[in-house]
Ligand binder design. Structure first.
Ligand SMILES: [Zn+2]
Length: 61
């Protein structure tokens, strides 16, 4: 296993740490925006969103 993996801070999905993972350490742009939005807006208003395990997030490549 030579590929490093990190956990997406938003949904805790594993993300390969490699150039094609554009949103690392996030698994997707969406997770990045969610994370940014959490502290840019008023706290955790999106905390209840089912961001994890959405199969569509994987299909960006
Ligand atoms: Zn994620």
């Amino acid at each position: 296993m030579s590929i490093s993996e990190v956990k997406c801070p938003t949904c805790e999905k594993k993300v390969a740490w490699e150039p094609q993972s554009h949103w690392r350490p996030f698994c997707s742009e969406r997770c990045k925006l969610i994370d940014l939005g959490e502290w840019a807006s008023e706290g955790h208003r999106i905390a209840g969103e089912p961001a994890p395990e959405n199969p569509h997030l994987d299909k960006e490549h």
